[in-house]
Design a protein around this ligand. Sequence first.
Ligand SMILES: NC(=O)c1ccc[n+]([C@@H]2O[C@H](COP(=O)([O-])OP(=O)(O)OC[C@H]3O[C@@H](n4cnc5c(N)ncnc54)[C@H](O)[C@@H]3O)[C@@H](O)[C@H]2O)c1
Length: 273
Amino acid sequence: MAGSLAGKAALVTGAARGQGRAIALALAEAGADVAICDVGAAAVETVGYALGGPLGEVAESIEAYGRRALAMACDVRSAEQVDAFVAATLEAFGRVDIVINNAGILTGGVPAHELDESMWTTMIDVNLTGAWRVIRAAVPHMIARGQGGRIVNIASVAGHVGTPGYAHYCASKHGVMGLTRAMAGELAPQGITVNALCPGLVDTPMVAAATDDVAAARGISVEEAYELQLTPHLIKEKITSEQSAAAVMYLVSEAARVVTGSALMIDAGWSAT
Ligand SMILES: NC(=O)c1ccc[n+]([C@@H]2O[C@H](COP(=O)([O-])OP(=O)(O)OC[C@H]3O[C@@H](n4cnc5c(N)ncnc54)[C@H](O)[C@@H]3O)[C@@H](O)[C@H]2O)c1
C-alpha cells in the first residue's frame, strides 16, 4: 500500500502500543500523516494492568516514514480532551480523512451480577462512549470537507459472541457494533465508510495481563493459560498486531470504498463455531 494514502491525514486513539501502534505505523507507511493519542498519566480506575506508555517512539517511527506525526495525551473519557485532540489534528494537518477508534480496556473475570458499578461504567465509558466522542468531534469536519472518509472502530469477536466473565466488555463491543452499523447508514451519502474490526486473541499487553490473571486464578502456568484462551480459535495461534493493522489497511483502502457497516473478523475462526 506504499504511497496509497499520500496526502491523507489519520488519527488513531490508544496508539502508544499494541494494535493502535501497529495501525498508526501502517498508515504512515502507506503515506498518511498520523495523529496519535493515548491516555497518558491518567489512571483508569478498575484497570489492574499498566496502560499506555510514551508516544514519542511511535511518533518518531511515523516520521521515519517521512510523514508528519502529532502525539498528544488524551483520555477518551474526557470530551474536552477528545475535542482538543481532534482540534490539534485539524490544526496540524488541516484535515482528517481516517479515524481509528482503538483505545480500549479489558477488565473482568467476574460474572455480570458481581460487577460493581465502577467496572461497568468505566468499561462503557472507555470502549463505547470514547469511540462515540471521537466520532462526534471528527465527523462534522469530514462532512464539511466533502471528500468522504473512513472510520474504523476496533470492536472485537466479543462484539459478536458472549464470553462468560466479560459481560461488560462484550456489552461495550456489541455497542460498538451498533454504533458502527447505524453510522454506516448516516454517513454513506457523504462517502464516509464506517466499519468494525473484530479481532480474536491478539498478542498485546492487554492480553498478556488477562493471561496472567487467568493463570493466577486457576493456578496454572502462563503458557497453559494462553493455550486455554486459544480454545475458541480454530487456528491455534495468537493474532499479531501487524495482522490486525493489515486488516485495517484494507478497510481504509480505495478497494474498500463500497464496504461499510461491516464487521471484519480476524478471529482465527472463533465466531464461526
Ligand atoms: N488484544 C486482544 O486480544 C483484543 C481482541 C479484540 C479487540 N481488542 C481491542 O483492540 C483495541 C486495542 O487493544 P490492544 O489489544 O492493542 O491492547 P493494549 O492495552 O495494548 O492497547 C490499548 C491502548 O488503549 C489505551 N487506552 C486505554 N484507555 C484509554 C483511554 N481512556 N484513553 C485513551 N487511551 C486509552 C491504552 O493505554 C493502550 O495503549 C482495544 O479496543 C481492545 O478492546 C483487543
